[in-house]
Design a protein around this ligand. Structure first.
Ligand code: AMP
Ligand code: ZN
Length: 465
């Protein structure tokens, strides 16, 4: 049984999908006006963990992540550079997709762009106008919050307390009620669409309602984002979707806490952010960024520091060293208890993640196993079959964690023979030969190290420009 904390009910609930064995998942994606920062990637990594763990649990996941490629910032950006909106946003979308790949994030099934779904948004707004939930004013269309009595339910907000329009929608249009939010904005800038609603562009919230329902249906299982999305974005999505369809929009709402810097939210506006490229230019391994963001529980705020990043880099490096070393456990006599130890680790891993993605408990299961195995190695009892079983388990859980360097593990037959030759040379105390072979590897960008388990190797760190 998998349980998730549902922001809507403020409870941990058993996950029961609408269609057995399936999970429909919607993730609020990036606004492509600039490079994403690693605070944004904390949200995407939490969602990646959710996606992968559902798959590990046997669910067939259908996942959608929108791309907001029209809003105030993207329009301002393209106008400033005198390029088309598409040219401007394509640049940041490409960078985002590259960053996703570097961080080993699974690609969602659909990455719909807002600008390619204007007809769907127009038809949703029309439906809300027809049903009397929306009204037109000076060329714009607003959602009337007063018509939707449960507004504010998820965010736990008392409507009577919302006095300033600024909290709901920061625009300067005249509205019937300051709390109402824009579904459609009148033509003001160079970017607009000529539609049945007049010339203008969609509001941000309607994008996510239109695109999620197009690909996942009017009701679907899970909707995610960062806690800053709860209000007003997700509250507005619920209001406009449920008003239009008369059905429950989403069953489980999951939100991750922020990535902080010195106790403050990492954000563009505060200027306290790092992009992934900033970090890689400093020479850090991107998998360390993945591990750092992954290894804290998604509902706990996480403070980012280079010290924490260095620690994550060490953990990832040791983890990979352990994994590689399993290939060299050729001599142990065999250890009957290892199978049970792996079973225990697997149980801890799944029990942890099934409990609202409790990653610390899941990782503790794996690290306890590594401790036990290290004892068996030092006692000479770990046999090749045991090592193979452990390797299989690490590869299985790596479908969720994705921190092993599997490709880099592949040495050619020639290189493997050379390692054996060097091991023999060391036994024969022919250190000249052993050093020569080490230098051959070095020239290929591979470092050899002599460990308790035999020779292990790693590629020299590569940074990107
Ligand atoms: P934005 O491009 O600002 O709409 O943000 C994209 C996603 O990143 C949203 O799900 C936000 O909630 C999330 N996000 C933004 N800043 C942070 C942060 N410092 N920590 C975690 N998530 C964040
Ligand atoms: Zn959204």
């Amino acid at each position: 049984m998998i349980r998730f904390y549902n922001t809507l009910t403020r409870n941990k609930e058993e996950f029961k999908p609408i269609k057995e064995g399936n999970a429909g998942l919607y993730t609020c994606g990036p606004t492509v006006y600039d490079l994403a920062h690693i605070g944004n990637f904390r949200a995407y990594i939490f969602e990646d963990l959710l996606h992968r763990y559902l798959e590990y649990g046997g669910y067939k996941v259908l996942r959608v992540m929108n791309i907001t490629d029209v809003d105030d910032k993207t329009i301002a950006g393209c106008e400033k550079e005198s390029v088309s909106l598409k040219e401007y946003t394509d640049r940041y979308l490409t960078a985002f997709l590259e960053d996703m790949e570097i961080l080993r994030l699974k690609k969602p099934d659909y990455l719909p762009r807002a600008t390619e779904h204007i007809p769907e948004m127009v038809s949703l707004v029309k439906k809300l106008l027809d049903k009397g939930y929306a009204y037109e004013k000076d060329g714009a269309v607003y959602f009337s919050i007063a018509k939707f009595p449960s507004y504010g339910k998820m965010a736990g907000i008392d409507l009577s307390e919302i006095k300033s329009g600024a909290r709901v929608d920061v625009d300067e249009y005249e509205k019937e009620d300051v709390r109402d939010f824009a579904l459609w904005k009148e033509e003001k800038e160079s970017v607009f669409w000529d539609t049945e609603l007049g010339r203008g562009r969609p509001g941000w919230h309607i994008e996510c309602s239109a695109m999620s329902m197009k690909y996942l249906g009017e009701s679907f299982d899970i909707h995610t984002g960062g806690v800053d999305n709860i209000f007003p974005h997700h509250e507005n999505e619920i209001a406009q979707s449920e008003a239009a369809t008369g059905k429950k929009f989403v069953n489980y709402w999951m939100h991750c806490a922020h990535l902080l810097v010195n106790g403050e939210k990492m954000s563009k506006s505060k200027g306290n952010f790092y992009t992934l490229r900033d970090i890689l230019k400093k020479g850090y391994n991107p998998v360390a960024v993945r591990y750092l963001l992954l290894s804290a529980h998604y509902r706990d705020p996480l403070n980012f520091s280079e010290k924490a990043l260095k620690q994550a880099e060490n953990t990832v490096s040791n983890y990979n060293a352990f994994y590689q070393s399993l290939d060299f456990c050729k001599s142990g006599i065999g250890n009957k208890e290892i199978k049970a130890d792996i079973e225990k680790a697997r149980k801890d891993f799944t029990a942890g993640l099934s409990d609202d993605l409790n990653i610390s408990a899941a990782l503790a299961g794996i690290f306890n196993l590594i401790k036990t195995v290290n004892i068996a190695v030092s006692e000479g009892t770990l046999g090749p079959e045991d090592a193979g079983d452990i390797k299989g388990f690490l590869e299985e859980t790596d479908n969720v964690l994705v921190i092993l360097d599997k490709e880099e593990r592949k040495l050619s037959g020639e290189q493997q023979n050379l390692i054996k030759e060097r091991e023999q040379a060391r036994k024969d105390k022919d250190f000249k030969k052993s050093d020569e072979i080490r230098d051959v590897f070095k020239s290929q960008g591979i470092l050899l190290e002599d460990t308790l388990y035999g020779t292990r190797w790693k590629t020299v760190k590569k940074g990107i420009k």
